[in-house]
Design a protein around this ligand. Structure first.
Ligand code: NI
Length: 170
């Protein structure tokens, strides 16, 4: 396995709209290895979700593990939200926007349909943090970041803060 490098805001590649995955590819070793690498990258950071877009793979899939023990890996390939209900505000962060956290309003409960790492379709109804995480990662597949929900002024502050962080660590 390998830790992959993560694209950071405002890298324009993060704005790419991801293409659907051919479900026949899912069980192939090359795709399975990519999933393993994405989990390793996410756990290493550490984060609770990682979309393929963030590692410069512009295909519709993501890995998630919101458990405390980091023992509940979930894979969503070609995810689609079938239903949304209610609202919740959660202070989100993102591995592509390191060190920045901000409140975002999203649906409280969702039903999502996707293909799993076994290549089989499944449906999941969930709420709370997992629902937030699924919606956040699905935004990445559309080329959207959580900072897009902030005002243009706040987003500009985030951009400057990240540029300063990068200068200091260079
Ligand atoms: Ni993110």
């Amino acid at each position: 396995m390998a830790v992959l490098s993560i694209l950071e805001f405002p890298d324009p590649r993060l704005r790419t709209k991801a293409a659907a995955v051919d479900p026949a590819r899912v069980t192939q070793p090359e795709f399975q290895r990519l999933l393993d690498d994405m989990f390793e990258t996410m756990y290493e950071c550490p984060g609770i979700g990682l979309a393929a877009s963030q590692v410069d793979v512009h295909q519709r899939f993501m890995v998630i593990d919101v458990s405390e023990e980091k023992n509940q890996p979930m894979v969503f390939i070609n995810p689609e939200i079938l239903a949304r209900d209610g609202e919740q505000v959660y202070q989100e962060g993102c591995l592509s926007v390191p060190g920045i956290f901000a409140d975002v309003t999203r649906a409280n409960a969702i039903t999502v349909k996707a293909v799993g790492r076994d290549g089989q379709p499944f449906e999941l109804s969930t709420d709370g943090l997992l629902a937030v995480c699924i919606q956040h990662e699905m935004d990445h597949l559309e080329g959207k970041l959580f900072v897009d929900y902030l005002s243009p002024l706040k987003r500009e502050m985030v951009r400057k803060k990240l540029a300063k962080q990068r200068r200091q660590s260079a």
